[in-house]
Write a protein that binds this ligand. Structure first.
Ligand code: BMA
Length: 795
């Protein structure tokens, strides 16, 4: 059906236009040149009228005599965004009201031989939401958005534009089937040890009448007698000497591939494929002297989670391709991550995303789609959400990557800390009602539904992320925490070293995208902070001011706009390095660090480490370094500099630790070394230097080089703006078309390599020590490589 010719029109308007299915209204309007590019300049503002209208989509399709002979014909919408009335040959066959659900319409009786007509009327989501809001005697935070089961970020976020779009956003198809079909397959691990794994598959099959069928799972087959309608049948499957699935950095993400087939009298009725990873996962929360632990055990081993939060990769989701999801996950893997959190203000992603995670060993913290608000909880709403949970859990549960299901993002924190009670003037009765409504969905319905759908061990549920707001002291002693003292609280980056939680599932700092990215959506003359276009590409109310305030603290603020972009990225990377390394040094007290945010839904200044086009900001390179399994990290603690070795590997590590103090010209000022060895899966202080010992050196022009075999780290004693940098001579020597060597005579701080055209540099934004050489790989040959370093922006 997606390949038929579709057209659309504004309700009550005669003019019809060509539509793309799956698609969105906004992208259709744009493709027909009825609106300008929604992402360009400040166009967003003039496109807000679209959300208040109703829109109609329609197509004609042919049904043959043979088609109609099938016993069953299902019209299946994988997703309708959001309030959609579906007409088949003039008859209403569906009233949909949830973007996240799948809709199947048994449609044989409505179809005829020859031409058929399918029409979908989309009602304004905003108007519907407003109508629902009016039914309550009190106001819920975020007005109409909480009443509609639709991606919440599309109502505008502090990194996303407001485009409350609509449309047939996922594939639609007619499915013909006769005597039987597989509705759903689940599996559970009955046994898993070195010698064997026993899996139990539960297959849900529909048959049109009593029948004997053959169920085949790979080479094994069994016969079952089925009753008419829905049947659940179980079959076990044994794997000898199983290979486990491991997350990235700790082993192979090994997958077993299964084909499940049902047949009747040797005639194949239906088949499905399944890719299974054998692994166990536990969330360990044990009381200790300070609070309670919060960590994951994978295959019996405790694993420190390193990663980020993911937002939908576009405001207009149908244009996100498999390869976008693939490269998103690939970039996470390249940056040494092992977990991504699918944040609750977006969508349950397409299968491709989870398949990429399965294959690359990235665990998924999966939120349900609720964020930063309180939601209604009348019977209809709860039932709608329940179906949404069933649809998505059934679709996603077999992915080995899925680690934990989480009720929502920051609703609990918001209720307890954001002052809604006062802001919306709730009476005692209102407050009781709203909190009871919350509990009904997040403490009762969702976990109960999960328990009914998932086998034991797969139903790890956490009702809200974070469990306690960052202003409360328990947020650092138990559960997960979103630490926003930096950025929202304007605290210095160094506070990250003191405010370490058990599992830090959000924290972040904004960095601007590169010039090339901004130029795609902003006119040249508007590339300055006073233009409406640039202002519109910053969604945090005081975003640019906050960046500037922090920049003044640590850097010489560049006057040139392009230099400013570069320094804003260095600033972001510097802040995030401080956070990530503090979290990792605190292992095993802290057992997880997921920064805010991996990606963007449009080209914007945000907390992301990858911009909308997938370009790596300085922070993505820094994340890669700071997430290495072996990390040398220097901490400034009281009267000492302490060198930590964080070892995430499951092997002890030893070697010769070498410390050297260098002047920026390369003079060796002080040197020492020591044989060290550390245990597997630990963070250990491997060396301590008394500050007193280094007193005689000029802290503004010395760097401490710390090295252990191939692991290296540089530590500066002063803030970048205090460093006495000199102009380095940076040399680039071509090795071959895909490799060059870069070196510098004296210290070159934060070397940024760039070039026209989309080329990816394997490493970037690094310090080059005097006489140090590095080999850099390129994704494709380029002519003109340019370089700048921090010194160039300080003049
Ligand atoms: C977090 C997220 C988002 C938001 C981000 C930055 O808490 O959950 O709501 O975009 O903060 O402000």
């Amino acid at each position: 059906m997606s390949t038929e010719n579709w057209i659309f029109n504004k309700q009550n308007e005669i003019k019809k236009h060509k539509a793309t299915i799956p698609g969105t209204l906004h992208t259709d309007l744009f493709q027909n040149q009825l609106i300008p590019d929604p992402f360009f300049g400040a166009n967003e503002k003039q496109l807000q009228w679209i959300e208040n209208e109703n829109w109609e989509y329609e197509t004609h399709f042919t049904i043959s005599k043979a088609d109609l002979k099938n016993q069953n014909i299902d019209l299946e919408f994988e997703g309708l965004d959001t309030y959609a009335t579906v007409y088949l040959n003039g008859k209403v066959v569906l009233d949909a009201d949830n973007m996240f659900r799948k809709w199947t319409i048994s449609s044989k009786s409505h179809l005829k031989i020859g031409t058929n007509h399918l029409k979908v009327v989309f009602h304004s989501v905003v108007q519907k939401g407003k109508e629902e809001a009016k039914k309550l005697s009190y106001t819920l935070p975020e007005k109409e958005r909480v009443f509609v089961r639709k991606a919440q970020y599309q109502f505008g976020w502090d990194w996303g534009p407001r485009f409350v779009t609509t449309g047939i956003w996922k594939p639609v198809q007619l499915k013909f089937w006769n005597s039987g079909k597989i509705e759903n397959i689940k599996y559970s691990q009955i046994e898993l040890n070195d010698k064997k794994a026993i899996l139990e598959f539960t297959t849900e099959i529909y048959v049109s009448k009593v029948k004997t069928i053959q169920l085949k799972i790979n080479e094994k087959s069994e016969t079952f007698n089925l009753k008419k309608g829905k049947n659940k049948i179980k079959m076990t499957y044994e794997i000898a000497n199983p290979k486990l699935w491991w997350c990235n950095g700790l082993g192979d993400a090994n997958l077993y591939h299964f084909t499940v087939e049902i047949s009747h009298k040797n005639q194949l009725l239906d088949s499905k494929k399944l890719h299974i990873g054998l692994r166990t996962i536990e969330l360990i929360q044990e009381k200790d002297q300070i609070g309670s632990s919060f960590y994951f055990k994978i295959n019996g081993k405790s694993v420190f989670m390193k990663g980020a939060n993911v937002v939908p990769p576009d405001s207009f989701l149908p244009r996100v391709s498999d390869s976008t999801y693939f490269s998103l996950v690939e970039n996470a893997k390249k940056a040494n991550m092992n977990m991504l959190r699918v944040w609750g203000g977006g969508v349950y992603f397409d299968d491709d995303f989870y398949e990429a995670c399965d294959a690359k060993g990235i665990l998924v913290w999966q939120d349900f789609m609720f964020a930063c608000a309180m939601y209604p909880s009348d019977e209809k709403f709860v039932e709608n959400v329940k179906q949404e949970v069933i649809d998505n859990v059934n679709r996603l549960q077999n992915h080995p990557s899925i680690a934990i299901w989480c009720g929502n993002n920051e609703n609990d924190e918001g209720w307890h800390n954001w002052g809604w009670q006062k802001q919306f003037n709730y009476s005692k009765a209102d407050s009781t009602q709203i909190w009871n409504d919350y509990k009904k969905v997040f403490h009762e319905m969702i976990p109960q539904t999960l328990d009914s759908l998932l086998p034991k061990g797969k139903n790890i549920y956490w009702s809200s992320s974070p469990s306690k707001g960052w202003g409360r002291k328990e947020s650092l002693t138990q559960g997960d925490v979103h630490y926003w003292g930096v950025w929202w609280g304007k605290e210095p980056f160094e506070i990250y070293e003191k405010k370490v939680g058990r599992f830090v599932s959000e924290y972040g700092f904004q960095g601007m995208p590169n010039m090339e990215t901004l130029q795609k959506v902003i006119n040249k003359e508007d590339l300055n902070f006073t233009s409406e276009a640039l202002k519109n590409h910053q969604k945090h109310p005081t975003g640019y001011e906050t960046i500037n305030e922090y920049m003044e603290r640590d850097y010489v603020v560049p006057k040139d706009f392009e230099d400013y972009l570069y320094v804003s990225q260095l600033l972001q990377a510097r802040g995030m390095k401080t956070a990530i390394e503090a979290h990792r040094r605190a292992k095993p007290y802290c057992m997880g660090t997921l920064y805010w945010q991996l990606n963007d839904c449009w080209p914007v200044t945000s907390w992301s480490s990858l911009d909308y086009f997938g370009n790596w900001k300085a922070f993505q390179y820094q994340a890669k370094r700071s997430f290495e399994n072996l990390l040398l990290s220097v901490a400034n603690e009281n009267d000492k500099y302490k060198v930590y070795l964080v070892n995430d590997d499951f092997e002890n590590y030893s070697g010769k630790l070498e410390l050297e103090l260098l002047s920026f010209e390369g003079k060796s000022l002080w040197k020492t070394s020591k044989e060290i060895s550390v245990e597997e899966n630990t963070s250990t202080i491997v060396y301590e230097i008394l500050k007193e010992e280094l007193k005689s050196f000029d802290w503004q022009q010395t760097v401490l080089k710390v090295q252990l075999n191939e692991v290296q780290s540089n530590y500066f004693f002063a803030k970048p703006k205090e460093l006495k940098l000199q102009k380095p001579t940076i040399q680039i020597r071509t090795i071959d078309s895909f490799t060059f060597e870069i070196s510098s005579d004296i210290l070159a701080k934060d070397v940024f390599i760039y070039s026209e055209g989309e080329v990816f540099f394997e490493d970037n934004y690094f310090d080059l020590l005097p006489k140090e050489k590095r080999f850099i790989k390129l994704s494709k040959p380029v002519q003109n490589i340019k370089v700048k370093s921090l010194f160039d922006t300080m003049q």
